[in-house]
Design a protein around this ligand. Structure first.
Ligand code: ADP
Length: 272
């Protein structure tokens, strides 16, 4: 009996955490969940470059990397430090610039090569804590980078941040587009609004002759968006400069602001 009485009331703790989550989220004007049907389509790369682009326009924002098994946002922004805990025991986001803060599981691991072995409920808890236990300041936007597919992480984000709108990233190939249809149905079931679709790696412009080549095809994203009655936010071309810049922690929108990649990302950011 006594033991029962002394047990912390889990549901009360959860209710209190819900209050903190709601209060924190109310201070963030716009939330975007960047997702994709499959990996390697450039979702994290776009999340990072869109966030940087928005801060270049004077907005204040954050990136929340909920890719618990393969966080790549810190690497793409050149952030390597460990997380800090404030005196009030809240986690301090990493600062990329005065206007851009980042939270990623990566900064919480002792060793970057550590594998995180978590099941669904633990992931949901971690994602709730990324909101409730982090000292987020009032911001114009929060971009949430989720792992590919329709697994635990995007589900946890949808439950924790129901006001988030989704940006779905695809490449022009049919396999990728088929996965996107699945993502869109998943979002519909969870009542998450789709902000729009981005077609990444859409054509390649030769840096030598300037001629475009449709390496993976082109235009499938726009057709899919029209068919599914969602907004098409834009097509971002393949640019050979993106990979080395990302690998070295330099967002390409700053590295080469005149590139077609930067122009396309800037146009998408303007629509957000
Ligand atoms: P995802 O998050 O979908 O798994 P990433 O963002 O990690 O994919 O991108 C995969 C790789 O493709 C990275 O090396 C990234 O720098 C590169 N990449 C992404 N978009 C482009 C692009 N438009 N042009 C060239 N390389 C790109």
């Amino acid at each position: 009996m006594n033991e029962q009485k002394n047990k912390p009331d889990r549901s009360e703790a959860k209710r209190q955490q819900d209050v903190v989550i709601r209060a924190t989220l109310s201070q963030i004007k716009k939330k975007y969940l960047v997702m994709s049907g499959k990996g390697g389509v450039g979702k994290s790369c776009l999340a990072v470059n869109l966030a940087v682009c928005l801060t270049q326009n004077g907005l204040k924002g954050g990136i929340l990397d909920v890719d618990l098994h393969g966080p790549s946002v810190p690497r793409m922004l050149g952030l390597s430090s460990q997380m800090e805990i404030a005196p009030d025991r809240r986690i301090v986001p990493q600062t990329w610039s005065e206007n851009l803060s980042v939270i990623s599981i990566d900064s919480m691991l002792q060793d970057r090569d550590d594998a995180v072995i978590w099941r669904g409920p633990k992931k949901l808890n971690a994602i709730r804590q990324f909101i409730s236990d982090v000292s987020w300041v009032p911001m114009d936007f929060l971009i949430i980078d989720s792992p590919p597919g329709t697994g635990d992480e995007p589900l946890a984000v949808a439950r924790t941040i129901p006001s988030a709108r989704a940006i779905v990233v695809t490449t022009p190939q049919e396999v990728s587009l088929a996965d996107v249809r699945k993502s869109i149905h998943f979002l519909e079931k969870l009542n998450i609004t789709v902000a729009g679709l981005v077609e990444n790696m859409s054509g390649f412009i030769c840096p030598h002759c300037g001629r475009p080549t449709d390496l993976f095809g082109k235009g499938g994203g726009r057709i899919l968006a029209e068919t599914m009655n969602i907004d098409f936010l834009g097509a971002v071309p393949i640019d050979p400069g993106v990979v080395p810049a990302s690998d070295n922690g330099r967002p390409y929108v700053l590295e080469d602001p005149k590139s077609n990649f930067a122009k396309a990302v800037t146009q998408i950011a303007a629509q957000l």
